[in-house]
Structures are given as C-alpha cells and as structure tokens.
Design a protein around this ligand. Structure first.
Ligand SMILES: *[C@@H]1O[C@H](CO)[C@@H](O)[C@H](O)[C@H]1NC(C)=O
Length: 204
C-alpha cells in the first residue's frame, strides 16, 4: 500500500518538473535553460519554445512561442562570433526536438492518471507509461545539455559568461524521478497482487 502511494507521488513529481520546464521562456520569462547576462544589464533567457530578453528594470520582450528557434542567429545578434553554418543548422534542429519536453509532460500526465485511476494490474500499465516518460525525459535531457552546453561553451569562449538555468536541472531531476517512479509503481503492482493472492487464499 505504501509503495503504491510512493510510485504515484513520484510520477506526480516527474510530471510537475517536466511541466514547469515546458512552460519556460517565452511563456514564463524567468524559467530558462540557459541565460546570458549582457553588458547593458539585460539578460537573454533561453527556453524550450523560444527566448526572452529580460531588462534590469523588470520589463521583457519575448519571441513568439514556436517549435524550434534560431539560437545561432540570436547569439550572433548579441555580438558574439557567429557559429558556422553546419553548427547553426544542427543547433536549430536540436531546438526543434525541444518539443519532447511537452510530449514528455503529456506522457507523464497519462501515467499519473493511470496510476490514480487503476489498482493492481493497472499499475503495470502506469509503470510502463512512466518508463516511457522516463525515456523521453532522458532523451530530451541529453538534447538540452548538448544544445545549451555547446552554446555555453561558445559564449564563454567569446568573452561572455552564460549560466545554466533552473529548467535544465528540472529536466535532469524529472528523468531521475521518473525512473524510480516506474520501478516503485511496478513494485506496487507486484506486491498488490501478492496481497490479493494472500487475501484470496485466506478466505478459503
Ligand atoms: C541590451 O542589449 C540587448 C541586445 O542588444 C537589447 O535587446 C536590450 O534591449 C538592451 N537592454 C537595454 C536595457 O537597453
């Protein structure tokens, strides 16, 4: 019974972490994967579906929300050296894969509903869906670190100083949490069945 609540709670935690990372800039300008403080006091905040420029006075301007954005063009516009065109194309392709944050959130949400609504064998399904959410979260976490890691490296070697933001750590945490969520939920299914069998046996 205890294991079963832990599994559901962990799925909820993984879902919530992915959800917050999904509504990063430009939806919520202060949730970012990477930010670059500029010499004029503003900061550029890169999110999953766009980016924002946050001014020190509190005002901000953001790109429209969309799948994939030209991160290389923006880095160049900020005055840093341009990426070569192959890097530009690769980075743009990787930003298109950021949609996996929203897909992963959806899959984790389905796992949560399944875990909340089912008992016994249903947990096996919830566990499998939570495992799928874990795989998606892991894939997108790797994509995040490759994309923002190379942008960070580039900016930091061109006189800038960029920092990873809260959202990238949330995706990392979500991947870890969803892995244990899947195991705990599966465990709940197995122990639930054993209790059930014991109960059935004792009625005879
Ligand atoms: C600082 O520079 C950036 C990039 O050039 C610009 O978008 C932003 O508006 C500037 N901030 C202020 C406060 O002028």
């Amino acid at each position: 019974m205890f294991a079963l609540h832990i599994g559901t709670f962990l799925i909820f935690a993984g879902f919530a972490l992915l959800l917050v990372a999904s509504i990063s800039a430009p939806t919520v300008s202060k949730i970012d994967f990477l930010h670059i403080p500029l010499s004029n006091g503003s900061s550029v905040m890169f999110g999953s579906l766009g980016y924002c420029i946050l001014n020190s006075g509190g005002g901000h301007s953001c790109t429209p929300t969309g799948v994939g954005y030209k991160i290389g063009d923006e880095i160049n516009a900020l005055g840093f050296d341009a990426f070569n065109s192959a890097q530009d194309t690769t980075l743009h392709g990787l930003t298109q894969a950021f949609i996996l944050h929203q897909i992963g959130t959806g899959v984790a949400g389905i796992a949560l509903l399944l875990a909340l609504c089912s008992h016994r064998l249903g947990y096996l399904v919830a566990s499998a869906v939570a495992f799928l959410a874990f795989l998606i979260a892991t894939a997108v976490m790797i994509i995040d670190f490759v994309t923002f890691g190379s942008v960070k490296h580039h900016v930091d070697h061109n006189g800038g100083s960029s920092k990873f933001g809260n959202a990238i750590w949330m995706v990392l945490a979500a991947a870890i949490v969803l892995f244990f969520a899947s195991i705990a939920t599966c465990f709940a299914c197995i122990t639930g069945r054993r209790h059930q069998r014991k109960r059935t046996a004792s009625t005879y």
